[in-house]
Design a protein around this ligand. Structure first.
Ligand code: ACO
Length: 367
């Protein structure tokens, strides 16, 4: 049975920074309150062109370069997102087109902020089964588009960004170990976007009443998160045969520093073992874990051979954790700049559209 190794990683965040002080001019809040209650100092906000798929593709190009792979070597793209560009087509398909990943299947996975853990687990299972060799997992968000900047309860929390991992099959033991995935739909209303789905399609009323924005009962989500984070981390570690004190690092969903501190207390682990960068990005939902991972590697907190647990929670309610032995690239040293293929991907996409148009003209549109 092949093992599933994480061999590439990348991130992309918008240039525009929205600070707490700027927010305090929009709603009744203050830098001091936000920092004390959440740990967040600033977050990134996407421009019109920095769509979820644009950010996702940028992160994916970097992850492919790190893994020394070309886009056409990817078998499957899973995009976990809480802010897809459309209900359909899947944001994963838009990313596939932007990459020119001509041999890849693509689909979106919705498990809110836990989505990246779910997607990693699905990717690892497909590789371990022998069905696939290379899977790209992307977490990509434009949460600012769903955020009501008149609601101080939510607008202080969320930011935009994307992160990506490449998972590859290898006979070498290690890589993704075991994971746990949970859901409790009875808490669905604690964190939701009331309209846009088939339950409440867009109407004048839904727009007037702000039902296309994120609605949240912060206290309930906080209580739930502090209850499940430590438990899920422990479950994934134990299923992998590890004790908590064997863990080199925990990379938690970056929602609120107080939630992460509660998890550390629950696990009786020092905060130094938890990677935190939420002060600069806020809660980027599915992108928060891969963005934190990229930065953990950059600062030397995560090295090959380390035992790491990724743990998340979010709307659904959902929560989960995944244990992995950190690998790093498995292909021999060689320089691959997957980003250089961006222009080819664009030309490929244009040619495919042109060809479809020509076919329509030549053969008509009747089947
Ligand atoms: N600025 C200033 N005051 C505020 C703000 C604000 N932005 N927001 C609330 N307050 C006030 C409240 O009105 C309240 O005042 P009152 O005591 O006079 O009524 C007081 O501050 C305390 O409010 P609480 O809601 O008790 O504040 P709390 O400490 O719970 O912090 C927060 C609120 C930050 C939202 C916290 O509950 C939280 O982080 N919850 C989890 C949210 C989360 O992680 N969501 C994402 C999940 S992942 C996903 O799927 C997207």
């Amino acid at each position: 049975m092949p093992y599933a190794h994480i061999t590439g990683w990348g991130m992309a965040v918008p240039n525009k920074v929205l600070t707490n002080d700027e927010l305090s001019k929009m709603v009744e809040t203050s830098d001091a309150w936000i920092r004390e209650r959440t740990g967040i100092r600033e977050r990134r906000i996407a421009s019109d062109s920095e769509t979820a798929s644009a950010l996702g593709a940028e992160a994916a190009f970097k992850a492919l370069s790190m893994a020394r792979l070309l886009p056409n070597q990817v078998d499957l793209i899973i995009c976990a997102t809480s802010s897809p560009e459309y209900i359909f087509p899947a944001t994963a398909s838009l990313i596939q087109d932007k990459l020119g990943a001509s041999n890849a299947g693509a689909f979106d996975l919705l498990a809110a902020c836990t989505g990246f853990i779910y997607a990693l687990d699905m990717a690892a299972q497909s590789i371990r089964s022998g069905a696939l060799k290379t899977v790209l997992v992307v977490g990509a968000e434009n949460l600012s588009r769903y955020t009501n900047y008149k609601d101080r309860n939510t607008c202080i929390l969320f930011g935009d960004g994307a992160g990506a991992f490449v998972l590859q099959a290898s006979e070498k033991p290690g890589g993704v170990m075991r994971s746990v995935l949970h859901s409790d739909g009875s808490g669905g209303k604690f964190l939701f976007v009331p309209a846009s789905g088939s339950h409440s399609p867009a109407s004048e009323d839904t727009v007037r009443n702000g039902l296309h924005f994120i609605h949240m009962d912060g206290k309930e989500v906080f209580r739930f998160a502090t209850r499940v984070m430590a438990q899920a981390t422990l479950e994934a570690a134990e299923k992998s045969g590890w004790k908590p004190d064997e863990l080199s690092l925990v990379i938690p969903h970056q929602a609120n520093i107080r939630i992460i501190e509660a998890a550390a207390r629950g696990l009786k682990m020092p905060m130094e073992k938890f990677f935190v960068n939420l002060e600069r990005y806020g809660n980027t939902s599915t992108a928060s874990i891969p963005i934190a991972t990229v930065e953990a590697v950059q600062v030397g907190k995560l090295k090959p051979g380390d035992k790491v647990v990724f743990v998340g929670f979010g709307a659904g309610l959902t929560w989960g954790a995944l244990a992995a032995e950190w690998t790093g690239p498995i292909l021999p040293e060689r320089t691959i700049r997957a980003e250089w293929f961006k222009p080819f991907a664009r030309v490929r996409s244009l040619l495919r559209r042109l060809l479809r148009m020509l076919e329509g003209i030549l053969f008509g549109r009747e089947p």
